[in-house]
Design a protein around this ligand. Structure first.
Ligand code: AQP
Length: 333
């Protein structure tokens, strides 16, 4: 579709303040594809309403997420950055794909199980069909690669199954996408419950390091991170807290676990936690500076949203029209 250029697609929900899990698992890796791929990165606001949102917060975070994309190095002149609800083809294709997705498949999704346990008073149909909307996001753009954190790999695999099923009935409709999990493959865990994923919607702010936290806050949060009664900085089974901190340090420094163990040999957890906090804060400082500049220009962000939506719509329309034609919908000219 893009003169033989491959397509990279991903999205982030504006469902809370973005965390270092979102940064290390996804955002930081998006710019890797800017040179060789046609890239589209979306602020997936329609996914966010599967759990209740305060409208003013959702609106503010939609701007912030777009600004963070740019602050993380995505140049809107080279990549398409847009907001999901601005391109109506996402929900239109999602309806069609719902009819090609099995109840049993959706019931097996880990995120659905986790989120329905967390929001037992609001297990809505959107939460259940979330992966179908995500499949629609990806397939609309004939995507080749989807850079995601490991927690989202299952959804991309379901998307592949849906596309393969559709293609078997209506050949050559969708490109089958490949999930790309960053080399470290890390799932960043909560600082207070290190067996649980670090999530932007966590109610405990001390469990989460936000991309926009200031240096003192970041250092304080790492100092308070739950570890164990051992004192040696060592990556080992059962040491979930320290393993998580070592993974975070490894992601920011590029060091191996052996190198980290050697660096902190003979030093205690206190020194290590301080180093993790300082390294993380220093790495995020330039992102925060650029973010502040972009947020200072709301009109500029809106212009980007408009440009991105136009670029995305053009491609989305072509795929949706191809799908509708194959299904036998009457197309009026
Ligand atoms: N803890 C994490 N470790 C590694 N990667 C992560 N991602 C999220 N958390 C971690 C990756 O960030 C991208 C955007 O995620 P999302 O906004 O689509 O939703 P999510 O995966 O549900 O992220 P959150 O932070 O947990 O949001 P809430 O709390 O709203 O559910 C994805 O590529 C994801 O893999």
């Amino acid at each position: 579709m893009f003169q033989n250029q491959k397509v990279s697609y991903s999205g982030v929900q504006p469902s809370g303040n973005l965390t270092i899990g979102n940064y290390l698992g996804a955002l930081r890796n998006f710019s890797t594809y800017s040179e060789d791929y046609k890239c589209l990165y979306c602020v997936v606001d329609q996914h966010a309403i599967t759990v209740r949102q305060v409208p003013a917060d959702l609106r503010r975070r939609t701007y912030e997420t777009l600004a963070l994309y740019m602050a993380c190095g995505l140049d809107p002149e080279k990549v398409t950055l847009y907001v999901q609800s601005h391109v109506h083809e996402h929900t239109e294709l999602a309806w069609i794909l719902n009819c090609f997705t099995m109840f049993g498949e959706l019931s097996r999704m880990t995120q659905f199980k986790d989120k329905s346990a967390k929001h037992a008073d609001n297990i809505n149909a959107g939460l259940f069909t979330y992966p179908v909307l995500m499949a629609s996001d990806i397939l609309l753009y004939q995507t080749d690669v989807v850079p995601v954190g490991i927690d989202q790999k299952q959804h991309v695999e379901l998307c592949r199954d849906i596309a393969t099923r559709f293609n078997a009935l209506y050949p050559d409709t969708f490109t089958i996408p490949e999930p790309i999990v960053s080399k470290s493959g890390m799932k960043i865990m909560s600082l207070s419950e290190p067996t649980k994923k670090m999530s932007k919607s966590d109610e405990n702010p001390n469990a989460v390091v936000y991309i926009l936290d200031d240096k003192d806050t970041i250092i304080r949060k790492f100092k308070r991170a739950v570890t164990d009664s051992d004192t040696e900085v060592r990556f080992a089974p059962g040491k979930d807290g320290i393993n998580n901190l070592m993974s975070i340090y490894a992601c920011f420094t590029g060091k191996s676990m052996e190198e980290i163990e050697a660096e902190f040999a003979g030093k205690g957890y206190g020194d290590f936690k301080l180093a993790v906090g300082e390294t993380c804060a220093d790495a995020l400082a330039p992102v925060q500076q650029r973010f502040a500049q972009y947020m200072g220009d709301k009109a500029g962000l809106e212009a980007q949203m408009k440009k991105g939506a136009e670029e995305a719509s053009y491609i989305a329309r072509r795929t949706l029209s191809k799908v509708e034609k194959k299904l036998g919908f009457v197309q009026l000219r």
